[in-house]
Design a protein. Structure first.
Length: 481
């Protein structure tokens, strides 16, 4: 399986769900026929593919071609599927499965509770049971995609929901532990998390390291506030981008199996930098177009603007600046008045930015070459569009560099771990973007939900949220469909 996504949305759950519907055709079992055993193998692999144990949801897995190669995995929460907007959601899911090349579909209903099949009625499923209703809705929407097989996972057991053979799927089903050793649906495999929400958990750093990072963030955010002219803003952004690149290089050198040596001051400065939209976009470009100088060009031509919604607020109680006498705090707090002045930009210094032209109105050289500067700015804008096209356009799509993305995630997770609680929308959103680009829609969805909880108006998080709601995969995956 190469693709993971989520088709989950947040429809209105207050209205009455649809009534009972017919369950899947009786007398069928996913484990029957010429592919006997393959269905159980697929079922055993799902938790590892998703990286968490799915609960209270329906999974749909595309099987491609005559060799039944697993493809797209989609997840829909049961409340979303059974609400009035469920059919529309399932219709979009069917389209994604077709686009992925599905010739068959395996549906897995994850719903705790008793076996809905009635032993006194020949193991005929109760059509009013939640699992039966969910399976019926999914089958009705997906039947035109190709042949369907329906599993039910309930508690620590599994069964073919349409199977009425007690020797094949006995009442209450078979133990999930029979699927493998260790139990692939249990808690034994370390790579399988307990729940979907755990996919986006970033453990908090120690209090001492958080205080040190908070002090660095506060100093760097204050420096951004005092950079009122284009030359000073440019220098701040260039130094911020260099800090990011230094941290990224350290994470790359450490590799995915070892934590990078990232100091609290380093991640605190990056946290403040990500509040600047232009700098955040430049960070994304270092990952999308790492072999080009596009990130530097964007920083040179980005307009002045607010550096973030929280810069004017104080620190949280838990994030007061570090104490030099604290043995857990290696960073000495530097008074704001001692923040060093900017180095010369382009061979000259503009004290405090006074008299420096705004890049929106003209070139940083005082406007002597305004036309040339604007032409270059136009070229940069076009280059940024082309770079971002590599994320979504199949014909121009670029696959993510796994090592580079892993390193970036390590740095961004360090920022979130050391940063202000409840104020990590910028870092979480970039993490979500990287997860989506890698095809991990589940992690992307969880991280976007967290980002929007921190900042409901975060523009990039809103855009990514809409893309995930539509089930839009990255371009390189669509290219292979």
């Amino acid at each position: 399986m190469t693709t993971q996504t989520t088709a989950s949305t947040r429809p209105d759950l207050a209205t009455t769900p649809p009534g009972p519907a017919a369950p899947p055709d009786p007398g069928t079992c996913p484990d029957r026929g010429p592919a006997r055993g393959a269905a159980r193998t697929l079922l055993a692999r799902l938790p590892r593919e998703l990286r968490f144990r799915p609960r209270d949801c329906v999974l749909a897995v595309a099987l491609r071609g005559p060799d039944r190669t697993p493809g797209l995995i989609a997840r829909i929460a049961l409340p979303d599927l059974l609400c009035p907007s469920g059919p529309e959601l399932l219709g979009r899911l069917a389209g994604h499965l077709v686009a992925d090349g599905a010739s068959e579909v395996v549906v897995v209903v994850c719903c705790d509770g008793p076996d809905p099949r009635r032993p006194d009625e020949g193991l005929r499923a109760d059509p009013g049971a939640t699992a039966s209703r969910a399976a019926a809705a999914a089958c009705a929407a997906l039947e035109d995609v190709g042949p369907l097989a329906v599993w039910l996972v309930t508690g620590d057991r599994y069964l073919g929901l349409g199977c009425r053979d007690a020797r094949c799927c006995p009442p209450a089903g078979r133990p999930l532990a029979d699927l493998g050793d260790p139990d692939p649906w249990g808690t034994a495999p370390p790579e399988v998390l307990r729940s979907r929400d755990d996919v986006g958990v970033v453990p908090r750093a120690t209090a001492g390291r958080r205080r040190s990072a908070a002090a660095a963030r506060s100093r760097w955010a204050d420096a951004r506030r005092r950079a009122v002219g284009s030359a000073d803003v440019l220098a701040w952004r260039q130094r911020s981008l260099q800090t990011w690149r230094t941290a990224l290089a350290a994470a790359l050198e450490a590799g995915p199996d070892e934590p990078a040596d990232l100091g609290p001051a380093q991640v605190g400065r990056i946290e403040a930098a990500l509040d600047d939209t232009a700098l955040r976009d430049a960070v994304v470009l270092t990952l999308v177009a790492p072999d080009e100088e596009l990130a530097d060009a964007l920083v040179r031509h980005a307009p002045l603007g607010p550096s973030g919604p929280w810069d004017e607020e104080g620190l949280d109680d838990e994030d007061e600046p570090g104490d030099p006498d604290d043995p857990d705090d290696p960073e000495e707090v530097v008074p704001r008045a001692t923040v060093p002045a900017w180095p010369p930009v382009g061979g000259r210094r503009v004290p405090d930015g006074r008299g420096a032209p705004d890049p929106v109105d003209g070139a940083p050289d005082g406007g002597r070459h305004r036309g040339a500067w604007r032409r270059e700015a136009g070229a940069v804008s076009a280059g940024v569009r082309r770079a971002l096209d590599t994320l979504v356009e199949p014909r121009r799509a670029r696959e993510p560099d796994e090592a580079l993305v892993d390193a970036a995630c390590q740095v961004l997770e360090a920022v979130a771990a050391h940063g202000r609680a409840g104020r990590q929308a910028p870092a979480l959103t970039v993490l979500a973007l990287l997860a989506w680009w890698c095809g991990d829609g589940v992690r992307a969805r969880v991280l976007v939900e967290q980002a929007l909880a921190h900042d409901p108006g975060h523009r990039l998080a809103e855009l990514l949220d809409r893309a995930l709601a539509l089930g839009l995969p990255p371009g390189w995956l669509r290219r292979g469909c």
